[in-house]
Design a protein around this ligand. Structure first.
Ligand code: ZN
Length: 429
């Protein structure tokens, strides 16, 4: 048993702290984690607020035990591609966040050749890194070609780069062979495993001297590629999302649009390799790729090609990961996957991701003694559609604490204040 004294930061950790003269929270029988970090969310603010905004997104995060989210640059208008777009975003989300937040910057094809200093300046104000797409369906955030990626990696060698890695050539070729309208099977076939393999290989070849990160890895072959590259000394990390750990392509038959993301979930064999990477220690972290939308028009299109890609994952991340893996790995490994590792990789550690004196008093408290049936209608985000609808969970979020303030309690719901959440810059800024 251990006591933790805190105000907005952790003040003291000891076997027994006598008579503190303040509020005491008794966690007897609970699980305490350093505040969970969701390092990949799309909260769409400003620009696509009909799908999500920073109030609903961070409310959902708080209810999911997440104390810091890291928002992606591509799904807001303007996208976060320079200092003024970042300032615009910070202004648009002011007063909204319940949890803390860090921000990814973006490098998009639209702005080639990036010679005006925007990348350096955006890095220097404190984004955690830059997101790049090798294939993109967004006109406001176009993909980069491999030569452009090689050029960027060379010029901005000190930065962290995160890639959505699927090869546009492989996808275009597959799509041509699949006449529209599509059902789910055609969608799956349009984004084969080869697309991920080719793109990741090209990125690894170009970035052997860089700091690389691959988002939402779904295929087993890619896990092996990354393992090999790492053994050769390449500084590359990767994340996967809960849906890749929980589902495979066959589940589309039942879940249809609820399961649609890009890239799509892969085969049961791919899923097994990902799960093994989690257990073996190879997987760096788990992030949700939270991206919600309303049922109509987002998820009802007659042509499956046009169904919105995205799952709102913040409130099922921790229950899913604990239910599925706490019997197989230690709590400390789960804390690494959900908090410590993303904090370290994104330059937020030890302010975030650490239970130590001086760190922010961010805590995620779980209980496992009150099983429940998850109902998507209870989600706090705007798009209340989840592939986990109806699932029985054992793990529940008992309490979420952000910089010393309780923002969510299981029996009271959301108790945090909109605007409490702060922007967290990368270390040293
Ligand atoms: Zn994403």
């Amino acid at each position: 048993v251990v006591d933790i004294a805190f105000d907005d930061t952790i003040l003291r950790i000891d076997d027994h702290i006598p008579d503190p003269g303040c509020e005491i929270i008794d966690l007897e029988g609970r699980i305490l984690l350093p505040g969970v970090i969701d390092a990949h969310v799309h909260f769409n603010d400003p620009g696509f607020n009909e799908r999500e905004d920073f109030s609903t997104g961070t409310a959902s995060a708080a209810a999911g035990g997440i104390t810091t989210v890291v928002d992606m640059p591509c799904t807001s208008l303007p996208p976060v591609i320079d200092e003024s777009a970042l300032a615009n975003k910070l202004e648009a989300i002011r007063g909204k966040a319940v949890t803390d937040y860090a921000l990814w910057g973006g490098i998009r094809g639209n702005d080639a050749p990036w010679a005006d200093g925007r990348v350096e300046r955006l890095w220097n104000v404190g984004v955690v890194g830059f997101k790049i797409y090798t294939v993109s369906g967004m006109d406001t955030f176009r993909a980069l070609s491999y030569p452009q990626i090689a050029d960027i990696l060379k010029r901005f060698a000190g930065c962290l780069f995160a890639f959505h890695a699927e090869d546009p050539g492989v996808i275009a070729e597959a799509e041509q062979a699949l006449p529209r309208p599509w059902r789910w099977r055609e969608y799956v076939d349009s984004r084969p495993v080869e697309a991920e393999i080719v793109a990741v290989q090209c990125i690894l070849d170009a970035g052997r001297e860089n700091r690389l990160h691959i988002v939402h890895v779904g295929s087993g072959e890619v896990v092996r590629l990354l393992e090999t590259a790492r053994k050769q000394g390449v500084d590359v990390t990767f994340e996967t999302a809960p849906h890749y750990l929980a589902f495979s392509t066959e589940d589309f038959a039942v879940l249809a649009g609820r399961l649609k993301t890009a890239p799509p979930v892969k085969s049961a064999t791919d899923r097994a390799i990902l799960r093994k990477a989690l257990v073996d220690g190879l997987l760096d972290y788990i992030a949700t790729d939270h991206a919600g939308c309303e049922w109509a028009p987002g998820k009802v299109a007659a042509d499956f090609h046009d169904v919105y890609n995205g799952i709102p994952g913040c409130e099922t991340l921790v229950p899913l990961v604990f239910d599925e893996f706490s019997g197989e790995v230690s709590f400390s490994r789960l804390a690494d996957l959900l908090s410590v590792n993303p904090a370290k990789r994104l330059g937020l550690y030890p302010r975030k991701g650490a239970l130590q004196v001086g760190s922010d008093a961010d805590f995620t408290v779980l209980d496992t003694d009150r099983p429940y049936r998850f109902d998507e209608a209870t989600l706090h985000c705007k798009g209340r559609l989840s592939p986990f609808q109806g699932r029985e969970f054992r793990t529940g979020i008992q309490r979420t604490v952000v910089r010393g303030e309780t923002v969510y309690i299981r029996d009271h719901g959301l108790v945090g204040r909109f605007g409490w959440g702060q922007w967290v810059r990368r270390n040293g800024l």
